[in-house]
Design a protein around this ligand. Structure first.
Ligand code: ADP
Length: 174
């Protein structure tokens, strides 16, 4: 049995992520969508909120589960007995990052294999940053995220604009 993890920040989860996880579930017996608790990024959702949004996206799927984690991704793989790390690739710059990370991970844990899945054409431009930016300006993200995520974004930005937090968060990277 091959168990894979699909790790990421998922701030928030969008259709590009969902597509990769669903395709991974056709390749592996079990896929754990692993929500990293503290990436070096500014986040708008807490780890618990991001996990809840991911759980809702895959509710009822027989081979996809969701877990939060902290620390090294390869350590998390060892803890839960996963042999594969799945990542998604959109543009060439993703490849450079993933290539570096894959080599570093192999140095740390040669027993873990990294598998990259190329995005579907329609999701090439899609990133959590783009989704957050559009949602923060009141744009329509319904083709980019499931309805429950769109609702969570609307509520979060309404809350943030009341407390005027958004002005500090213009330069986000994905
Ligand atoms: P991270 O902080 O680890 O990059 P993200 O949540 O931004 O976390 O992304 C998680 C994974 O999903 C990464 O492998 C990323 O390349 C992939 N990904 C993000 N957007 C897309 C997309 N539109 N199509 C395919 N893969 C994607």
């Amino acid at each position: 049995m091959v168990k894979a993890i699909f790790p990421g920040s998922f701030d928030p989860i969008h259709y590009g992520h969902i597509d990769i996880a669903l395709r991974a579930a056709q390749l592996f017996d079990e896929v754990v969508v692993a929500v990293y608790d503290r990436p070096l990024k500014h986040l708008i959702f807490s780890p618990e909120e991001r996990i809840a949004l991911v759980e809702e996206a895959f509710r009822g799927h027989p081979r996809i589960s969701v877990m939060g984690y902290s620390g090294l991704t390869v350590e998390f793989c060892h803890q839960i007995g996963a042999q594969v790390i799945v990542r998604g690739l959109r543009v060439f710059s993703d490849f450079e990052n993933e290539f570096r990370m894959a080599l570093a991970n192999r140095r740390l844990a040669p027993d873990i294999e990294m598998v990259m899945l190329i995005t579907n054409e329609e999701h090439t431009f899609l990133s959590s940053t783009t989704v957050r930016e559009i949602a923060s300006l009141g744009g329509d993200v319904s083709t980019m995220v499931p309805p429950h995520v769109a609702e969570a974004l609307e509520a979060r930005f309404a809350q943030m604009s009341e407390s005027q937090q958004w002005s500090h968060m213009k330069s986000l990277r994905d």
